[in-house]
Design a protein around this ligand. Sequence first.
Ligand code: MRU
Length: 346
Amino acid sequence: MAISTIEWEDGRIKLIDQTLLPNEFKQIYCDDLPTIWEAIKSLRVRGAPAIGIAGALGAVLGIWNSSARTYNEFAAELKSATEYLATSRPTAVNLFWALDRMTKTAEDNRALPISDLKEKLLAEAQDIIEEDKAMCRAIGQHGMELLNENDTILTHCNAGGLATSDYGTALAVMFSAHEAGKQIQVFADETRPLLQGARLTTWELMQAGIDVTLICDNMAAQVMKEGKIQCVIVGADRIAANGDTANKIGTYNVAILAQAHGIPFYVAAPTSTLDYSLKTGAEIPIEQRASEEVTEGFGKLTAPKGVKVYSPAFDVTPASLVTAIITEKGVASPPYTESLKAMQDV
Ligand code: MRU
């Protein structure tokens, strides 16, 4: 995309408000911590890598106007900002990874004057953005090797440029293949309840000139049975050390369907999405969302008022259903405990 998903501009954060897409393309500014917190919570900025960037820039916002005179005062302000941002969304590990990186940068540079320390933290957040861009491009290059001419790919949710600094993870594979001249088609799951697939993935793919067909989530089995899908590629919010993968609710369904139809199921994610501290996906915290997102998500009541709702935002696909994990360092194959560990050491 020519326009950044999220960036720093003159002392504040500028981001595309994704809740308005595809009806309206609008960039908004976040001038203070509650505004960027709300932007993350309400999915104005969303997708694991983009949430990480929002956290890093949010940490900068938290100290940018600090009048602290000692490092300890400054560190206390940074801590309160990062702790607050960490309460916005629990599942994408990129948020906590980025916040930890910002804290460590401050500690490593504690001898600097406060004004230089602020600049150092901004530079770190900018590094996270630049590294994310490079990782997305590399994921695209590695992933496209897995695609054959005329393949049709099914994807779920949105793991595109909007979910990262630029270019995406699962969609990076499609963008790279398309740019390399491979003929590919894509089926995009609508992705209830917030329709990231319908609103964002189709929008991004159409802009890139990629042949995309929208389906409701409950159509995937039939489409696979009709032989229309050659592989599934999805993003991830957190991958445990054994390869169990948390991604948007409904991903697990798709993985089971893919296995039932003998279709490869690929996860594309940067290594910043790997959480080696968790042995299995059972330890991944799953965000619960408000019932209104299910009953009146887009302003119209679609269920009786007061009905009980259960709305986990993510599910965990067991590693046994994942054919390969595409990262910027290459393609990991089962057993993931070994292949992902080897990537950590590179
Ligand atoms: O709730 P969201 O829209 O933040 O969920 C996003 C996803 O599940 C994406 O697939 C994932 O973060 C990977 S983004 C490259």
